[in-house]
Design a protein around this ligand. Structure first.
Ligand SMILES: Nc1nc2c(ncn2[C@@H]2O[C@H](COP(=O)(O)OP(=O)(O)OP(=O)(O)O)[C@@H](O)[C@H]2O)c(=O)[nH]1
Ligand SMILES: [Mg+2]
Length: 195
């Protein structure tokens, strides 16, 4: 969180994290399409030739005022490919909230668990405030015939109490409910801090 008291702007950072090809960029593309252009920035995507995220994607949204401040939500995605661990760490640093986008494809369970664990390792290494940040989990690609049942995915990830949403990001389903849930948790945490 960063506050610019002169402009009365509150910057909040939400990071979409998860394994390669789970649909993180697709979430931002859908959000970009459905938000009023007056209230959003351009979508900045740094991509490889194969459409894979290189470093990050970025989209900024403006919300209604909180305690006299205008919140600007900065959404980032991390690059999911294994060899971008250092970039993931840089993008995750300073996050106020995380959306973990899990891939429901039955063949991606190990990738989900590894990504989930390494995300927690990064967060813990950033110190106590980031270790306790709000996390929302999205089970994406529910349209796949090979989709793993949600209760099994929850067990594999050892989710304890994190809010979960099912999604088909490619058609937009579940994308905004996920965004609303993380935004709400982040904003209520910030309101507690500002009170
Ligand atoms: N079937 C299906 N495919 C999806 C869904 N969401 C995304 N995809 C596809 O999955 C592929 C990867 O999507 P991206 O959004 O680029 O995934 P990413 O997580 O940003 O990938 P990296 O940047 O490499 O980590 C694309 O071909 C998407 O069209 C979904 O809900 N269902
Ligand atoms: Mg991506």
């Amino acid at each position: 969180m960063r506050i610019n008291w002169q402009l009365r702007i509150l910057n909040l950072k939400i990071v979409y994290y998860g394994p390669a090809l789970s649909g993180k960029t697709t979430n931002l593309e859908q959000i970009y399409k459905s938000v009023d252009p007056q209230r959003r920035s351009d979508l900045v995507s740094l991509k490889t030739n194969e459409d894979r995220t290189l470093y990050f994607d970025f989209l900024q949204l403006e919300l209604g005022k909180i305690s006299g401040l205008t919140p600007q939500i900065q959404l980032y995605t991390v690059p999911g490919q294994a060899y971008y661990e250092a970039s993931r760490r840089i993008v995750l640093r300073g996050a106020d909230g995380v959306v973990f986008v899990a891939d429901s494809d039955v063949r991606q369970m190990r990738a989900n668990v590894e990504s989930w664990q390494s995300m927690h390792q990064h967060l813990a290494s950033f110190g106590p405030s980031q270790a306790a940040l709000p996390i929302v989990v999205q089970f994406n690609k529910r349209d796949l015939r090979s989709a793993m049942p949600v209760p099994i995915m929850s067990q594999l990830l050892k989710l304890n109490g994190h809010p979960c949403f099912e999604a088909v990001a490619i058609s937009g389903q579940g994308v905004l409910p996920t965004l609303k849930a993380i935004t709400k948790s982040v904003v209520s945490q910030i309101q507690r801090e500002l009170a």
